[in-house]
Write a protein that binds this ligand. Structure first.
Ligand SMILES: Nc1ncnc2c1ncn2[C@@H]1O[C@H](COP(=O)(O)OP(=O)(O)OP(=O)(O)O)[C@@H](O)[C@H]1O
Ligand SMILES: [Zn+2]
Length: 406
């Protein structure tokens, strides 16, 4: 029998398992070997991290690090496709690890069930060849960027909101590409940035962007193709438009990757006024006496005129009986003050307290401020108008658990 020779170190099982990518002329056995010798760190096992981890686990990557401080919740399952009904309540990293190993038991997985901060990020990032930012908040985005520059690691970063997504590779030294800070030197205030839990997101948009993150990570470690450095992909799922824009180059003035960096050795702590984790910032615009808790409202003997300031489509989920609907868009931008004032004056009775309610108790505070101006000629308006602290979520938790939580 003629002996065969082979020009690689893959086992027959591996050849069979990865055959469909081995026969790609752009990939082949040597890229597969490089993939097996490589490691990737996925930070955030949510909407983006789920598909990214699934594709990296199945592709034959050697080692995968998974970071997340959160536990699986039922509201995650519509998009965080690595988790299962059976893993609700488990840590996200454990849940993700279980699924990855079911797909590919040869994968080595390290899990970090922790919130990454400027104090603990460096030793973790250092160990991996490529980093994937699959998180959802501004502070962590800067933190990961700075750590990747300081540890000289390429960073594959994506974000999604509503039906839109963005993808780019930062700090790709091979192309002398920019870091995230070169483009956006300062973090915007947290409260100006929308999050998925504020405005929503559709699962397949996360699936698309997270899968593309895995693709870029594979290209980086196997050294194939043209990496998305110095460019950004913009995806609009509603119109199904994909376009790539050119980004500006690495900046010599950049605080972390420039010629005289101010961020050295380790990322800097976030400014004091920023939220310290990925929980949505709770606004605190009003004084105590301008707010009413869900408990107090439920026990109040006063007749209440309820103004619901959520957008129209959210009313379909559930609403209070007999509430007056005044969406924030109308209140802030419509410019129909006179008509609105008349509508409110004819509906509000003299002895009524006016309660403003929204989903979580942020918009309602802005609305109280605005309505106090608009209705300044109503007697004692300052004492009459209050926002429901914590909104419908607090109502669900503290008063009526049959009101759906969303
Ligand atoms: N600093 C951080 N350290 C570790 N994990 C983080 C950090 N910041 C964000 N994450 C994780 O990144 C993931 C982001 O994913 P995603 O926004 O889809 O999930 P989510 O936070 O569960 O969403 P929702 O806002 O709907 O509850 C989350 O699982 C979150 O816990
Ligand atoms: Zn930079």
């Amino acid at each position: 029998m003629t002996k065969h020779i082979r020009n690689h170190s893959l086992s027959n099982d591996e050849v069979q398992r990865y055959s469909r990518q081995l026969i790609l002329s752009e990939f082949g056995v040597h890229a597969q070997e490089r993939l097996k010798d490589s490691s990737a760190l996925i930070i955030g096992c949510g909407g983006l991290g789920s598909p990214a981890a699934l594709y990296l686990a199945s592709s034959g990557l050697g080692r995968l690090g998974l970071v997340d401080h959160d536990n699986v919740d039922i509201s995650n399952l519509h998009r965080q496709i690595i988790h299962r009904e059976t893993t609700i309540g488990k840590t996200k990293v454990e849940s993700a690890q279980i699924t990855c190993l079911q797909i590919n038991s040869s994968l080595k997985i390290d899990t970090y069930n922790q919130l990454l901060t400027y104090e603990n990020i460096m030793p973790i990032v250092k160990q991996y060849d490529v980093i994937l930012d699959c998180t959802d908040n501004v502070i962590t985005r800067y933190l990961i960027n700075d750590a990747c520059v300081l540890c000289q690691k390429p960073l594959v970063s994506a974000s999604v909101i509503r039906l839109e997504g963005q993808l780019s590779v930062w700090n790709y030294i091979e192309k002398n590409g920019p870091c995230y800070r070169c483009l956006y030197p300062q973090a915007p205030p947290e409260e100006t940035v929308s999050t998925c839990s504020d405005v929503g997101v559709l699962g397949p948009v996360c699936g698309t962007l997270g899968s593309l993150q895995a693709l870029e990570a594979i290209k980086i470690v196997t050294k194939i193709g043209d990496v998305l450095s110095n460019r950004m992909l913009l995806v609009d799922g509603l119109s199904m438009n994909f376009r790539t824009i050119k980004l500006r180059n690495r900046q010599t003035t950049c605080a972390v990757c420039g010629t005289n960096p101010t961020i050295i050795n380790q990322p800097s702590p976030p400014p004091m006024n920023q939220c310290s984790n990925d929980q949505p910032c709770r606004k605190n615009l009003l004084n105590r006496n301008e707010r009413i808790t869900a408990n107090d409202l439920s026990k109040s003997n006063l007749s209440s005129f309820i103004i619901d300031v959520r957008p129209e489509h959210e009313l379909n989920i559930a609403q209070f009986d007999n509430s007056f609907h005044l969406p924030m868009d109308r209140l802030l931008y419509k410019n129909d003050d006179e008509q609105l004032r008349n509508e409110l004056r004819t509906n509000i009775e003299n002895n009524q307290q006016i309660i403003i309610v929204c989903r979580r108790g942020n918009d309602s505070q802005l609305a109280v401020r605005r309505l106090k101006e608009l209705l300044s000629d109503i007697d004692n308006i300052d004492e009459k108008i209050k926002d429901l602290e914590g909104g419908f979520q607090a109502w669900h938790t503290d008063v009526d658990s049959t009101f759906p939580l969303y």
